[in-house]
Design a protein around this ligand. Structure first.
Ligand code: SF4
Length: 395
């Protein structure tokens, strides 16, 4: 079913392999990623968010799309009829360095389909990375995707050269993976790979940590199951990030008729994930419905606050940092500023909160200032998509 392109030049390969690399996410939720299009001249230049909200242009590409795997949702599955191309390590490393030295990209995200075997594909990717680092002396950011079934020795070798390692777990558990792939194994390959990465990271911390990706809505998993897994991964494997990728059906795959996952569901998962990592929430506290999903109509922090009226109002001059963080409209930066400021002066006006970055129209009905309550006759803003949560979220 597959065909090989006849003598494609490097740029033709890049167009194909950059296009299919879009299925690996490592940046903003898809709702916001669309707004970053202005940074994206080509598909293979991917806008991620770096330190202090700066846009980082990643050269994001697969080494090859000639996959031996046949996962039911994947654009690269071997039964699909489309162009197959493969970079040699020399070719890909040279291309990347050309783009980097012309100032067109800031870092590399390298992944691959499984050609012949995970071992062979991983060796080829590793060779690319070695050439980039050792021959060209590149010292910048690299994100290296570990393929399912890769030997621990290769993972360790990649860890010595890359800033970030990741492996895609795809779904929260074995029984869901069986609905997506007849060849991948959750515990023996995916989780085992993640454990090897975590072991390496413990001995020699990766500069940009470990990440994984979950596809959302390709099977009937619940948000609770997804976030339980994320919570487990943050606690036990010290992951930096779990990325959530809303399922999109791809033509000519067994899942082509399955409806796409709503980008809003993906966004709510990112917001809840943020609460787990930075706001001191446990998974059990998240506002799941009876069906174990997050509400779509409100961000999870606001939904939690509305479900827990006994926790409010919070007195801004007395509450500790973690209590302030639970107030809708108060983020980490404004909570820290509030705690610092009130050492010197009392906070008595909404305008003071506004100056410190609080979204007052959200926060006012959940707080008191010096014992005074400032309710608003207006409705709580239904949904501003929680964009503030992601402003400073890195890579
Ligand atoms: S192994 Fe990876 S690239 Fe190959 S079909 Fe499965 S998900 Fe796609």
């Amino acid at each position: 079913m597959t065909y090989l392109m006849e003598k494609p030049d490097s740029f033709a390969k890049l167009k194909v392999l950059g296009e299919v690399a879009k299925f690996d996410v490592c940046g903003l939720p898809s709702m916001f990623a669309k707004k970053q299009k202005k940074f994206q001249r080509f598909r293979f230049i991917y806008p991620a968010v770096g330190q202090r909200g700066r846009c980082v242009r990643l050269f994001k590409v697969l080494q090859s799309n000639a996959c031996q795997g046949n996962c039911f949702y994947c654009a690269n599955r071997k039964n699909r009829d489309f162009a197959r191309v493969t970079f040699t390590p020399e070719e890909l490393s040279r291309l990347f360095v050309q783009y980097y030295s012309r100032g067109l990209v800031d870092g590399l995200f390298l992944s691959s389909a499984i050609v012949e075997s995970p071992q062979k594909s991983q060796e080829s990717m590793l060779k690319t990375l070695q050439i980039i680092r050792q021959k060209y002396g590149y010292k910048g950011y690299t994100h290296f995707k570990v393929l399912p079934g890769t030997d621990e020795s290769l993972i360790r070798e990649a860890g010595r050269l890359a800033d970030r390692l990741s492996i895609n777990l795809e779904v929260p558990g074995e029984r869901y993976l069986a609905k997506l792939s007849s060849t991948k194994n959750f515990s023996r390959e995916l989780l085992k790979g993640l454990k090897s990465i975590a072991k390496f990271d413990k001995e020699k911390p990766l500069k940009a940590g470990i990440t994984t990706q979950l596809v959302v809505g390709a099977v009937d998993e619940t948000d609770r199951e997804i976030l339980n897994l994320s919570s487990f991964l943050y606690q036990n494997y010290k992951l930096w990030r779990v990325y959530y990728s809303a399922f999109m059906p791809i033509l000519d795959t067994p899942l082509e008729s399955r409806p796409p996952c709503s980008p809003l569901r993906e966004l709510r998962l990112y917001q809840a994930d943020f609460l787990l990592r930075w706001y001191g929430f446990s998974c059990e506290e998240l506002p799941f419905s009876r069906e174990d999903h997050l509400p779509l109509e409100q961000d999870p922090k606001l939904a939690w606050a509305l479900n827990n009226p006994d926790r409010f109002p919070v007195e801004v001059n007395k509450a500790d940092f973690w209590e302030l963080l639970r107030v809708p409209g108060i983020g980490r930066i404004s909570a820290r500023r509030i705690v610092e400021k009130r050492v010197r002066e009392r906070i008595t006006r909404l305008s003071q909160l506004r100056e410190m970055g609080t979204v007052v129209k959200r926060a006012r009905r959940f707080i008191t200032l010096d014992g005074k309550f400032y309710p608003s006759s207006k409705e709580i803003p239904v949904d501003e998509k929680g964009e503030q949560l992601f402003l400073w979220e890195e890579l």
